[in-house]
Design a protein around this ligand. Sequence first.
Ligand code: SAM
Length: 294
Amino acid sequence: MSITLSSEAGTALDSGLYIVATPIGHLEDITLRAIAVLGQVDIIAAEDTRHSSRLLQKYQINTPLTPYHDHTNPTQRAKIIARLQQGHSVALISDAGTPLISDPGYRLVSEARELGIKVVPVPGACAAIAAICAAGLPSDRFLFEGFLPAKKGARLDALSARIDEIATLVYYESPRRLVDTLRDMIQIFGADRVAVIARELTKLHEQIKTGTLSELVGQVNADDNLRRGECVLLIKGCEVVRGEGLPQDAIAIMQTLIAELPLKQAARLTAQITGEKKNALYSWALSFQNDDEA
Ligand code: SAM
């Protein structure tokens, strides 16, 4: 498929680093602009050149490929930067989705920008965004957390740091670890917290399952398929409780402290002083602040 960008018709692509999103499953989830850019750049830097060559073949793109990964082989980055400095155009792609989103590219992009090299985003598929669009959880605020640590202790610490988070939490997870992760989430967020498993998005066996964390553990245990493929795990944020059940003295202390301190710190100190739950205090403070701003 040969596509020429309307803005670039008859002209070579400007020199620069193009960050190009590729499909996360369905091979047709690629933009016309992405196909044009990949066909016109001087070279494509890819996480796995063999993997990406299948996509390029489908769109009859013959641009040469070079391997790139942030952590292995720093000379690869130096070579790409040198080409950019010579005025060449380079596209960066990852195995799937948007580069830099839990994928290589951060070091290359930051170095290129420090050197004044033009960096151009060519947006498209991203599993986190696809999942939040279809999960049915609040999407006005969400926090992308990427992959949780593989070790249990570090994973529990990472989850604990989000105990009060009111935004929808978005995690990438390997289905192999799904049951362990869901169990850890029950420990931190409680068995009744609503969550969504969005797996194999845009692929043949796409599934989007909603339930409480304990219901989802049961379903994953009972269905081998839920432990296969790729998945995004979304957790509904902590409910904002409007101060129900909080004694007046706790509210009075919170009111005094939030005039001077960040909300989380005020909630922590009030919890220490009164023995009330930090979560409930924090939620009350948020609703208090929102009422004030309205
Ligand atoms: N850069 C990619 C993006 O834009 O989404 C993410 C790359 S990260 C190495 C791979 C993880 O993304 C998988 O382990 C999974 O959590 C998630 N993922 C990628 N493709 C997916 C899909 N089709 N369905 C569900 N999750 C997917």
